[in-house]
Design a protein around this ligand. Sequence first.
Ligand code: GDP
Ligand code: MN
Length: 362
Amino acid sequence: MKLLEFEAKEIFNRYGIPIPEGVVINSPDELSGQLNKFSDEVVVKSQVDVGGRGKAGGIIITTKADAVEAARHLFSLPIKGLIPKAILVEEKLPIEHEYYVSITIDRTTRQPMILFAETGGVDIEETARTRPEALRRAGFSPLLPDVPGYLMRRILGTAPKTLGPVINNLYKAFSASDALLAEINPLVTTPKGVFAADAKLIIDDNALIRQGITANRDLTPREREAEENGFSYVELDGSIGVIGNGAGLTMSTLDLIAHYDGKAANFLDVGGGAGRERVMKAVRLVAGMPDVKVIVVNLLGGITRCDEVAKGIIDAGIDQHVITRLAGTNEDEGKALLAENGYQMLETMEAVVKQAVKEAAA
Ligand code: GDP
Ligand code: MN
């Protein structure tokens, strides 16, 4: 999960990385009472989780007097389609130089890797293209509590030594947060010292519980229900509902729908060993999407029993047509049950998908 800038800064700061004085607001009016914190110029920053906000107009450097107006503007300015729910207002830093630093896990060596560039602020891809010599990287053992001194010296080259402790603290924050990426772009030098002017932190989703983090993105009621039931569920914009078991089978069902020029309404993987109740919930969930005209249920019976699946579909009692393809354990019982109750069961994935595409187009 990608954190917003102000959330990442808060965490970085806990590990000793200096961040600019600032406030987070949820509406422009909240700012007026807090402006006395700042001396003169401020930076008003849209908190959306996309890169390149600066270029998209999401960062305004202005005077205290005009800050509320700037915040009002940013609250209604979509950045790559996203409207911010929060805005970060910070003291403007007297920047001397901008650097780039990030820490990731290098999959090849299975080690943390630091990437450092003497030219920060801009896209790192751009630096890699135009000034590859300005980019330095170093990997080291994850068992070490600190970035080894010799590596830090190699990375910094002629850049100020004062960046060293900040980069080491970034590694501590990275490691303690179970992060996939910790990035400061730009990491800046000022007469008052080194600061993280921007911050990016992506936490491994598998570690969210350990980190005590609940996802900050808004879930639709259906997404929340799916999460509560342990379904892997993604909403798309077509009219063919899809239920499968196993990510692979469900994805191939989506691929086949696209192959026959249909549009899937969703991805829903009920998971392994789905019983009657789970299947019923999944069918009702997908049927509840307003655009769904027909539902494809494509399940492989293993631990999952096809007759249980059939009962779940029948229990759901929904309006839309459900077309199934069940194969495996108790397939014949499932087929009989469905047929008795007026549901269509076809032999192959192709047949099911073709039929669904036809019905969705009608
Ligand atoms: P991004 O575009 O989303 O990466 O946003 P950043 O927070 O990295 O800001 C983009 C650029 O705005 C930085 O590279 C700086 O040049 C400038 N900037 C941001 N904060 C400050 C500040 O406090 N003082 C000054 N002078 N410039 C800033
Ligand atoms: Mn940046």
